[in-house]
Structures are given as C-alpha cells and as structure tokens.
Design a protein around this ligand. Sequence first.
Ligand SMILES: Nc1ncnc2c1ncn2[C@@H]1O[C@H](COP(=O)(O)OP(=O)(O)OP(=O)(O)O)[C@@H](O)[C@H]1O
Ligand SMILES: [Mg+2]
Length: 668
Amino acid sequence: MPKRTWLRSGFVWAGLILVLLIGWFAYSDRNPDLPTADFNSTVIADIKAGKVDHLVTTEGSSTVEVHYKDSARPTTQSRLPPNTNVVEVLTGAGLEANAVPVEVKAASHVGAILSALVFILPSLLIVGLLIFMMRQSQGSNSQAMSFGKSKARLFSSNRPTVTFSDVAGVDEAKEELAEVVEFLKYPDKFASLGARIPRGVLLVGPPGTGKTLLSRAVAGEAGVPFFSISGSEFVEMFVGVGASRVRDLFEQAKRNAPCIIFIDEIDAVGRQRGAGLGGSHDEREQTLNQILVEMDGFDSSTNVIVIAATNRPDVLDPALLRPGRFDRQVILDRPDIQGRRQILGVHMRGKPIEENVSVENLARQTSGFSGADLENLVNEAAILAARRNKKTVGRNEITEAIDRVIAGPQRKSRVISERERLMTAYHEAGHALVARMLPHADPVRKVSIVARGMAGGYTRTVPDEDRIFKTKAQFEDDIAVFMAGQVAEQMVFEEISTGASNDIERATAIARRMVTEFGMSELGPLAYGKKDELVFLGRDINEQRNYSDPVAFQIDGEVHKIIDRAHERATTVIREHFDRLDAIAQLLIREETIDDDQLEALFDVPRPKPELVGPPYGRPSARAQEVASARQQAPAPPAAQERAEPWPKDRPDGDPPAGRGLWPQPAG
Ligand SMILES: Nc1ncnc2c1ncn2[C@@H]1O[C@H](COP(=O)(O)OP(=O)(O)OP(=O)(O)O)[C@@H](O)[C@H]1O
Ligand SMILES: [Mg+2]
C-alpha cells in the first residue's frame, strides 16, 4: 500500500515542519542585531538617570527595546521578568508609570495565529487520528462486504507470458485443450452438427507434470477472457462465502462469455460429500453444490468452459466427474523419454549449454522425472556453473545436478573413518555387482561413496526404457539388488551395519506388495487387505484386514520366502564374482564415483540380457528360434541360467512351447 505509507510519512513531515515554525517564530520577536541588557539593573538605573528617551514593546511580548537620548549610544533590548509588564516593573522599582514614554506596538498577526495554533493543533491531530482509525476499520468493513465476491483473476490474451510452445511432451493434452479453445471460438461449427460443447475439462496428473503451466498456456492462446482461481480461494472462515463466491465467479464469467474459468487444485473444494471426520463439512459441501449447480444448471446455452486441475481425482465427488460437468479428463503423466527430451529442450532454450551435453543421454538418465524435476535439474546445473564462475553449463554441472536432484547435495565435509569408507565401498559394490549380473535388474548408471543427503553412498540404476508394467522377475531381481549391499558387508567384514536399513525397508515393501496386491506368490491372485484412504491425510494410513489370522501368517511366510530367495541369489552372485566385487570396491575407494563405462570396463562378459517372454500358446517364429539356438551356444551367465525356471507343468495344453523367453521384442 504505497499510498497509505506516503500519507503517513506526509503527516509526520507536516508535524515536524510546524513544530520548527512555531519554535522559530517564538524566538523571532527578539531582534538579534541589537545588544541586550538586563532590565532590572541596567535599564532601571538608566531610566532613573534620565538617559532613556523611550521604550518600545510589543503587545503580548516580554521584549523591550530601550532607546537612549544620547543618539551616540546604541539602542539595546531587554527582557522583562516573566509574567510582568513594563508598568508593573517600573512601579515596582519605585518609578512613576509615566517616568518614561512607552510605545506599545500592536502584536503581529503571525504571532497571534501561531499561539492559537499551539492550542488548535493538538486537537486537530487527535481528530485526524480518529478519522484515520475510522477509515481503517471501515476498510476492513468494506472487505467484509465484498467477502462473497470471487477473487478470480482475469487474464486477457493480449500479452501471453506462456504459450503452447513452452509446454513440451504432452501433445495429446495440448490437442484436447486446443480443441476446447476451438469450441469457444467457433461454436456454430459444432452446433450445426448437433454437438454439445463440453462443459468442463479436468486435468489430472502427478505433481509437477505441467497442469498449471498448460492452463496458463491456454490463457495465453485462447483469445477469450480467462478467469483463474484456486480451489482454496473459495473457502473462508464463514459459512456460505464459498458458495457465494462461486455464484459471483460464474456471473462474471457469463457476462464475459465466451470465456474460460480455470480452477486450480479443485480437490480443495471438490472432495466427496459426506466424507471425512465428523461426517461432513458444511462449508465445503455448499461450495461444491454450488459448483455442481452452476456447471449444469438450467441454462445450457452459455459458452463458458471450466478447466480444472487436480492430482487427486480419486477423492473428487462422483457428481463432479460425470459427463455434463467435467466431460473430459485429460491425463498428464510423467513424461516418457521423448517427452523428457522435449521438456529439456524447452528449458535449455536460451541457456549457454556446452556442445558436449547430450540431451538424448540426459533424457535417458532421468527416467521418472516430472517436468518440474527437469526444470529444476537444468536450473541447478546453471546455478552450479555460476558458482564455479563459468560462462557456460557443461556436462559436469549437469551430472552433478542430477545427483543433487535425486539424492541431495554432496556432504564432502562429513568426516568418515577409513573403515566406514571401506564398508560403504563394499556395500555399494555389492549393489552394483548384483545389478550388473542379474538380467532383469535395471542397468547401473552410477555408483558413488560420496555422502549425499542422508545416504552414505548410492548406486543409481536407471532402466533402459520407460516401462509401464513390472514383471515378477524384475521385482525379484530388484529385491536381490537391495539385499546385495548387506550380503557384501557380511561376506567381506563378517559383520553387518545399519547402512542397509533403507534397502531392507524398500525390499520388504516390494515383497509385501507382490504377495498382497500383485498376486505374485503361492497364495495366488488375490488382493489381501483393503486400503482405506483417510480423506484428510490422503494416505493409506490404515489398512483394513479382510483376511483371517492364518492367512496373515501365510502372507508373512510368503514375504519371508521372497526375501530369503533374493538374499540367496545375491549371495550366489557375489560369491561367484567375488573378484569383481573387490575390483569395484577398490575402484570406488580410489575414484569415489564411477559411471557405467568405468564399471563395464571391469567385466569381460557381456551383461546378461533379460529373457523376453513370447505369446504363450503360439509357435515361436523362425527368427526367435534362430536367436534361441544362438543363445544356447553362447554360455549364459549363471544368474540367467538360474532364472530359466521350467515352464509351469499344469498348463492346459501341458506342452511347454519351445524357446520360452526367446521372443524378439515386439516392435513399438
Ligand atoms: N510439459 C512440460 N513442459 C515444460 N515445462 C514443464 C512441463 N511440465 C512441468 N514443467 C515445469 O514444471 C513447472 C511446474 O509445473 P506445474 O506448475 O504446471 O505443475 P502442476 O502439474 O500444476 O503441479 P501441481 O499438481 O503440484 O500443481 C512448470 O513451471 C514448468 O517449468
Ligand atoms: Mg498446479
């Protein structure tokens, strides 16, 4: 509020200037050019001696000018004692009141006004202060009056800050939204075919995948008014405000139709009704009801399209999601490799990136990153380059930035004893070795024993390709890789450390899900346990048991079996390749961080390829048989052989198809 501070400092200055003026005038009736003399002694004596011609005084002032008869003697001035006048002083000194002529000048107007001001000013100040305070309280009062007004911000597309070209890798979503804009611009085109214009589009996706960004791009490109509001802005302390804000928002929108309303984080108001602790939440439900009514009221002719974004579509009220309200749901998922390449392209645009940085390679290394992560990555790299006083961003900065984003900044200053360093090196070497030797584990990209964040060291594995599903074999190999750190510690030091606690936790979680969710154990394809999502926390903090105690016992047994088997396999691999474990650990101690090429250089056998499973009842193609025979001649790595389990005997046709697992991967 610049205006108000200006006002306030204006008051202060005015007050200061006034005080100075008063002070100046109070002393200004004394003529500084004249010499001064003491009235009681000198002046009275002079009068008695008849030397004084006349006195001049000003009404209401205590200063007296003394003019002498002797024109050679200069006029002096003197001050009367307080609370007296000339006559009193003269008579008090035993003189006649008219012993000397006294000329009385009329008081100057300024003096009178000033002395009046001295009294008026404080009262003026008090009154001003009162008015100021009243205005203030009125301000909040008028805010209370506009409570029910929506706080939506109106964007016009005159100067778009974000356009569709800033959003990469989500082409389908862009198409959908571009179509929505089309609806608004040319409604007749669709109406002539009897098509109803969609009412709402719901953008759904994990955090940081570009929902808000995309809608901002729509605002930039739409060419129609765009109202933006966040779900939480409807909710206020007072009941009924949310609903009235919704009404106001839609009224505004209808006045500006055709237009777009964007509600970000709609789950703040759109949660399922009648749920939550204590039954329901009146205010939120009223707001939601109002949204439902506005979106699908009697009036269906207006061209207002609602775009909403959320990352919790599961908690939204079903009535909100039905056709007629949010007809379309646009899913924004974490980008695939191509998407990542494009997003990196967008964010590297205009940054001085060195030639040797391969976007391709970077995209491959950042599997699972969201758009926001990628943006952060590029930014971190630029910051690092600036910190190193470089003019360009090189590969080193990018690599370091990836590690920072994943595991946190390096903690070089942490003091680590030689023994702990050695233990960490073998621990990580164990992970790396087993990940390298098991066919279904993700390839190792980087191994490091530099402490980062909470971790003492880390082994980063990234899949070759993005995948949507995971198979049982992949899970089993993953768990074996998790186990490998502790196995290596045990084998080398005959001692285990707490360093594996996170590995164990994650391995156990995977194993339990394999049994209870994915049907990947002998208990069969049953879902055990019903997850109750707690509405307010949004997390499954309590799992409802829908199975008996004996089954719980069995589940624990199965989980145990999976872990034991993985432990066993990790042990076998490490025992067989113990020399490689040593080699990796030694290299780690020397280099601290090694990448995939350095790791690969330590091995002379190629990395085992995952076995690919073909269609079960078909005959393998000629090409597959070719590959199969080639594979049979080449010695398979022991772990791969071990994994080639027999085809299940109780198949309906009984006959295991030849060449299991040797199908070429289907194109696309
Ligand atoms: N597809 C993309 N293309 C380019 N940049 C992206 C993309 N997705 C995300 N980003 C970057 O990530 C940032 C955050 O994205 P955004 O705010 O849109 O996430 P969101 O999906 O709304 O997340 P939330 O659900 O947490 O609100 C954007 O400002 C942008 O820099
Ligand atoms: Mg957002």
